[in-house]
Each structure stands twice: as structure tokens, then as C-alpha cells.
Design a binder for this molecule. Structure first.
Ligand SMILES: NC(=O)C1=CN([C@@H]2O[C@H](COP(=O)(O)OP(=O)(O)OC[C@H]3O[C@@H](n4cnc5c(N)ncnc54)[C@H](O)[C@@H]3O)[C@@H](O)[C@H]2O)C=CC1
Ligand SMILES: C[N+](C)(C)CC(=O)CC(=O)[O-]
Length: 496
């Protein structure tokens, strides 16, 4: 897999800040140039939001955060980067100037992506000495959570640069789509622009308020779009005859006068004030940072739901997240045993995600089992039972679990789990896992589990091979000397 080794971000506003967070959390060092006097505060707040979101998004082991450096000059920031992302304001003259400066100062083999929302790459690369490595890399806000990047080449962009750019996105959890022909605003912003124009007319003409308009989207097709987009959604809406019937039935309506698409509303002072006031009322006192955090929690919940979609295989952006986590787990497989195996092994770190919280306002039952399952999986990887081992046809299956709830875990709370190996033989692993509140160390829940080594193809228990048993042995020998934890062997209804 082709990876970015060192990134540079020129411009650290809403989008530049999001790119910086995306790179850093993928373990990539980032050099930043932004002359704004408060650039480091603004970027710092975006990174804090991103770290909070990632802690809720995934329990997969994230790489150590990259190093962030603010540079005094653009030249200093880009000099040794292999991916440079330009995110300065949307003005052709400014972007051309900045891109030409980047081009002159960076390595000859560095890739240069522009975050522009709609300018043509051919126009952007006009004055560059090495225009073949410039492409549009158009992301979506928040860049650290939304995975899409539209990759668009200009007349002078090389096929090689596009190919390498596409390859470098999955290792940072992103999905590149190559837009074959350059047009203003590419694909995403073409669609958004059409909706935005209509929306402004609907407010201008007093058809609805901004809140009603947002409700129309978020209670209906907005939910559909997140998981199936437009065409697949309409395929289903055509009934059993699918897309052809949908086109036959609703195609003629396109000729009716439903839209004001080519008219642009006049954003005069009165309309700006009207929209501004309605937007203030809709926000109901919530600050932009608070709204960002609510947005991030919701996005995390949606991504996690999509990860479980399609019978657990993952669907759309959730499938991408699942694949990304697979990469993270595989990368962590090479990690050594925890330093101190003479104590219960600390195996999983997590923050309680929004999707884990129930109507009682705390972590819901089945998420405990998920964290306990992740803990047992982490132990299995330590003893060599990783993805490759499972693909070869053997695994451990859980045959019994007893969970005790001793405390509560609230939204966003940092938790971690430990595992004590109570006993092990050629087929069985008897585990005692505990979830702790990371701030206090208090136990919140425990799970006693029995795992059985199986031949998955034959569908029956089988002896674990020597290579696995030899990794279990040192742990089980020292854990046998630990006190038996309170709660081992308990069953429901038992007197204390
Ligand atoms: N805000 C959005 O929703 C999205 C914006 N974009 C694109 O991203 C780019 C940046 O937009 P935003 O981040 O929203 O703008 P912004 O105004 O939040 O940030 C722009 C940053 O560039 C800095 N800057 C200005 N001149 C500079 C220079 N010569 N060198 C280095 N930094 C400089 C500013 O100090 C500022 O921090 C634009 O091309 C925009 O079209 C793309 C996707 C979404
Ligand atoms: C408003 N915008 C054109 C800058 C939006 C984008 O480019 C993408 C997004 O995040 O919506």
C-alpha cells in the first residue's frame, strides 16, 4: 500500500484544519503554513474535536499521533513533504500564486492536492513549472470524519499522479473517486449547488423557514442519501421493475416547471438578514463548536451503523470504516505483548460512543459484550490467532459468557479493559475480562468467558497447534499466580 510519509498543509482554516487532523490521526507528521495570527488555536480546536470523534468512532488501535509543526514560511512547510494540500481561500489568483510557490519549493516528486470546491485544475496549474503533479483533492467537511475526496486532474496532470494520489487515500481512511472530466464544481458541489439554489428560493419566497427546510432533508431523503445515494434509492422507489419503471413514471415530471435551477436568487441585505435570523433561532444558543460536536457524534453513529450494515459486511462508508479498522488491527498485530504480563493484560482502550448509549443515558448492554469480545480478540491476536490464522481455517469461538454490571459508563467516558487468563489447555481458554473507568480505575463490568479452539471448516473443536500453545503458556503460568478475581464462577440469582 502506498503511504504518505510526510504531509504539508498550506492554509489551516475549516478545511485545512480538517486535513491536518486527518493526517495526524493517521500517524503522519504534518508541517503547516498559515499566516493567520490565530491559526494554531483554530487548528488546535479542530484537532481536539477530531480526537474526540475518533475515540468514539473506533476501538481499533490507532497509530501514534503524527508530529505537528507550524512553520514561519510556506517554503519551510513544504520542503520535505510528499503530499502537500493547499486549502487557502477560494480565489483563483491567490490559489495560482500559492500553488506556484509550493511548486517552486517542494520536492520534485511531491504530490500537490488543492481543496478547491469548484475551480478547474487546468486553471490552477497554469503557472506551475511541474504542473503534472497538481490535481484537485476536494474533501468534505469535516475532513477528519467524511471519507470522500474527489480527485480531478487538469490538462497537464499526469495519469501517474492521479493513480498514486488514489492509492494514498485508503491508508488514511479516505475514499478517492476519480472524476474523469474536469468541470467546475466537479460532482458533489454540482449537486449541492443545485439544492442550495432551490433552498434559497424557497426561503426567499417564504415557502418555508430554514428550520423547516432542514427538517425536510434530515427526516427523509437525507437519511436515505447517507447509505444509498440517489440512483440506488430511486431504483428501489421504482418497485419491482426498478430503475426503468422509476424513469417511466417520474421522468415526465422533469418537464414540468418544478425548479428554479438556473435562476440565482439575489442575496441582498434583506435576504441575508432573514436567513441569518432564522438560522440564529434554529441554533437555539448552541455555538458553532457545540454544533460541530453534535454533528460529529451523529456522524460517528451513522458510520458505525453502516459498519454493521449488509449483514455485518459493512455498507458504503461503513464498509470503508470496517476495511480501515482491519488495516489498523493488522498493523497492530506486529505489536509485542504488553510490557507486564504478570498482571491482567490491558488490551482495549475506548471512549463510549453515541451509538453505544441507550435511553437510560449510559452504555447499553450489548456494547459491554462488544468491548469484552474486542478484549478477547485482542488476546487472541497476542497469541497469534490473527486474521491470517483465521483465514487458514482455525479460530477460537466463544462458547459461554457471564457478564456482571457493577457501574455505569456515560457518553464519551474513557474506558479500558483488562484480561486475566484463569486457565488454558489444548482446546480451552478460560478468561476473566474487566471493563474499567480509565479516570478512576474502578471496575464497571466483568465478563467470564470460555473460548474453544475450533477447526472452522470441519465445524468442530480441535486442538490448538504448538505455535499458539507456546504463546499462551507464559501468560497462563504467571496469571495462575494472581488472586482469583471476585466474581469468578458466579451465576445469576446466586447469593453473595
Ligand atoms: N468550508 C467548506 O465547507 C469547504 C471548503 N473547501 C475549500 O477549501 C478551501 C479553504 O476553504 P476554508 O477552509 O473553508 O476557508 P477558511 O477561510 O476557513 O480558511 C482559509 C485559510 O487559509 C489561510 N490563508 C489565506 N491566505 C493564505 C496563504 N497565502 N498561505 C497560507 N494560508 C493562507 C487563512 O488564514 C485561513 O486560515 C477553499 O478552496 C474551499 O473552496 C472544500 C470543501 C468544503
Ligand atoms: C460550500 N462548499 C462548496 C464549500 C461545500 C463543499 O465544497 C463541500 C462540503 O463539504 O459540503
Amino acid at each position: 500500500m502506498s503511504k504518505i510519509n510526510k504531509a504539508a498543509c498550506v492554509g489551516g482554516g475549516v478545511i485545512g484544519g480538517g486535513w491536518i487532523a486527518r493526517f495526524l490521526l493517521a500517524g503522519i507528521d504534518v508541517d503547516v503554513f498559515d499566516p493567520h495570527p490565530e491559526a494554531s488555536r483554530i487548528v488546535g480546536e479542530v484537532i481536539a474535536n477530531a480526537e474526540r470523534a475518533y475515540a468514539m468512532l473506533t476501538g481499533a488501535p490507532q497509530p501514534p499521533r503524527g508530529k505537528l509543526t507550524y512553520c514561519e514560511t510556506l517554503e519551510e512547510a513544504v520542503v520535505d513533504a510528499d503530499w502537500i494540500q493547499e486549502s487557502v481561500p477560494e480565489r483563483l489568483d491567490l490559489k495560482r500564486k500559492v500553488l506556484t510557490e509550493i511548486d517552486a519549493a517542494c520536492r520534485p516528486d511531491a504530490l500537490i492536492g488543492s481543496s478547491t470546491s469548484g475551480l478547474l485544475p487546468t486553471d490552477l496549474q497554469r503557472d506551475m513549472r511541474f504542473p503534472e503533479r497538481l490535481f484537485v483533492a476536494h474533501p468534505y467537511n469535516p475532513v477528519y470524519l467524511l471519507p470522500l475526496v474527489e480527485i480531478v486532474g487538469g490538462e497537464k496532470t499526469s495519469h501517474g499522479a492521479i493513480k498514486v494520489a488514489m492509492e494514498k487515500l485508503p491508508p488514511i481512511g479516505m475514499k478517492g473517486v476519480h472524476i474523469a472530466k474536469e468541470i467546475e464544481a466537479f460532482v458533489g458541489d454540482r449537486l449541492l449547488e443545485a439544492l442550495w439554489r432551490e433552498a434559497l428560493w424557497l426561503i426567499h419566497d417564504d415557502i418555508c423557514t430554514v428550520e423547516t427546510l432542514d427538517d425536510v432533508i434530515r427526516y427523509s431523503f437525507g437519511l436515505r442519501w447517507a447509505q444509498m445515494g440517489l440512483f440506488q434509492t430511486y431504483r428501489i422507489a421504482g418497485g419491482e421493475a426498478g430503475m426503468r419503471h422509476f424513469l417511466a413514471q417520474f421522468g415526465p415530471a422533469l418537464q414540468w416547471n418544478w425548479t428554479k435551477l438556473m435562476d440565482v436568487v439575489d442575496l441582498d441585505d434583506a435576504l441575508v438578514e432573514k436567513i441569518g435570523q432564522q438560522s440564529d433561532e434554529q441554533a437555539d444558543g448552541l455555538s458553532i463548536r457545540e454544533l460541530e460536536r453534535i454533528r460529529d457524534e451523529n456522524l460517528v453513529g451513522i458510520l458505525q451503523a453502516l459498519k454493521g450494515g449488509h449483514g455485518g459486511k459493512g455498507w458504503g462508508a461503513g464498509k470503508l470504516l470496517k476495511d480501515f479498522e482491519h488495516t489498523l488491527w493488522t498493523a497492530s498485530g506486529s505489536r509485542k505483548h504488553p510490557e507486564d504480563i504478570a498482571r491482567p493484560l490491558r488490551l482495549v482502550e475506548a471512549n463510549v460512543s453515541p451509538a453505544w448509549v441507550d435511553y437510560n443515558g449510559h452504555m447499553t448492554e450489548h456494547r459491554y459484550l462488544q468491548v469484552f469480545g474486542d478484549t478477547s480478540d485482542a488476546l487472541l491476536r497476542l497469541i497469534g490467532v490473527d486474521f491470517a490464522y483465521v483465514e487458514r481455517g482455525h479460530s477460537y469461538y466463544t462458547v459461554e459468557t457471564h457478564i456482571r454490571h457493577l457501574g455505569e459508563a456515560k457518553l464519551g467516558q474513557a474506558i479500558h479493559s483488562t484480561c486475566q487468563l484463569l486457565s488454558a489447555d489444548e482446546k480451552r481458554l478460560h478468561l476473566f475480562n474487566t471493563i474499567h473507568d480509565t479516570a478512576t480505575g474502578q471496575a464497571i463490568a466483568t465478563a467470564e468467558q470460555m473460548l474453544l479452539h475450533v477447526d472452522a471448516k470441519a465445524g468442530k473443536a480441535a486442538l490448538a497447534p504448538g505455535e499458539v500453545l507456546s504463546k499462551i503458556k507464559p501468560i497462563s503460568e504467571v496469571h495462575a499466580k494472581l488472586p482469583i478475581p471476585d466474581g469468578v464462577g458466579r451465576h445469576v440469582g446466586q447469593k453473595r
